[in-house]
Design a protein around this ligand. Structure first.
Ligand SMILES: Nc1ncnc2c1ncn2[C@@H]1O[C@H](COP(=O)(O)OP(=O)(O)OP(=O)(O)O)[C@@H](O)[C@H]1O
Ligand SMILES: [Mg+2]
Length: 313
């Protein structure tokens, strides 16, 4: 969890999660792909919660990506919100205080999991995905988020019967705050050309969409070989390379070196599910390299990119 909480400033605000999740629906659909259907069931008169909305967005995306991975042949993702009360008896069970909560459940019709897996999924670095695919930090982040906000997360699952994650966040009586500076900064128009290298199709499209919306011109590539081809065929300057550190074939840092030979002015932003500390220690990236930890939310991404490209526009 340290990888996530380090350096992170909590910016909580009071929100109605219904419009917030409704706004994310397009991104979530794109993330899960066309073979998976999605439903968003909005609870009536939903109570407000006080959370860091960037973190909430990240948590929801982590749950959606997991659901997608559990449904390689398609299926159904259901996101549901509702008010709920945790009774004194249930409170002992879940280690949350009795009281009013907003429940966000994320269910899928995927492969599910057995008891042994289920008991370990919130552990940092626990993954059943092949090496190089999952870091096992997704659910650790979701768990940390729920706990930091006085809530919790539970899961129900059986092999071949899908999974249902239930996140409880304490309800608050306070009135909704308007989205302030956060919304303004993401709307600020950027300019410049960004080459995005990411092997996960859903995430690559999502990054492309977010950056295009923020005003950048985007070139997408799935791996280093494709990135080199695209760059060679691109007649104008490329201002920024945004690449995963770990890629199939040539690594992100190797790719950056290669591209810089022909384009010395190119700036580089590395992304990884591993912490920058871990990567530095392994010598995977040089100290001083610009880095953004994955998973990132839209605002963090645009913020990092626009910081690096300030001089371009
Ligand atoms: N919806 C789900 N259905 C079935 N198994 C799941 C589901 N969500 C999580 N899991 C199991 O929990 C493990 C841990 O999930 P977690 O999100 O923490 O890591 P990961 O998805 O493996 O890697 P990362 O999220 O870092 O890419 C997964 O490897 C998988 O075995
Ligand atoms: Mg995951």
């Amino acid at each position: 969890m340290l990888a996530f909480s380090r350096k992170q400033v909590l910016r909580t605000r009071i929100v109605d999660l219904n419009p917030f999740v409704a706004n994310l629906e397009g991104l979530l659909r794109r993330l899960i792909g066309e073979d998976i259907n999605m439903a968003f069931i909005q609870g009536q008169q939903l109570a407000r919660v006080q959370v860091d909305t960037n973190q909430f967005e990240q948590a929801l995306m982590n749950l959606a990506v997991n659901a997608r991975d559990a449904m390689p042949y398609g299926g159904m993702l259901t996101v549901e919100t509702r008010n709920t009360e945790v009774s004194t008896r249930y409170a002992e069970f879940t280690s949350v205080k009795p009281g009013k909560y907003v429940l966000i459940s994320v269910s899928d019709t995927g492969t599910g999991m057995d008891e042994e897996t289920r008991s370990r999924i919130f552990e940092p670095f626990f993954t059943t995905k092949e090496s190089g695919r999952g870091t096992g930090l997704g659910l650790a982040m979701v768990y940390g988020f729920a706990k930091q906000n006085g809530g919790t997360i539970t899961v129900y699952s059986e092999p071949d019967r899908g999974a249902c994650f239930k996140m409880y966040l304490p309800a608050t009586e306070a009135a909704v705050e308007e989205a302030g500076a956060a919304t303004i900064s993401i709307r600020a128009r950027g300019s410049g050309v960004v080459l995005v290298v990411e092997d996960d199709t859903g995430i690559r499209d999502l990054i492309g969409e977010v950056l295009a919306e923020a005003g950048y011109e985007i070139i997408l590539a799935a791996d280093a070989r494709e990135a080199l081809e695209r760059a060679a065929a691109f007649p104008r300057p490329i201002h920024l390379l945004l690449t995963d550190v770990v890629l199939p074939g040539m690594s992100g840092p190797e790719l950056a070196e290669n591209l810089k030979a022909a384009r010395p002015e190119l700036k580089v932003l590395f992304a990884s599910g591993y912490s920058d500390h871990a990567l530095l220690r392994q010598g995977a990236i040089a100290s001083g390299a610009a880095f953004v930890p994955k998973p990132f939310d839209a605002m963090t991404l645009v913020g990092r990119v626009s910081d690096l490209l300030l001089e371009v526009s």
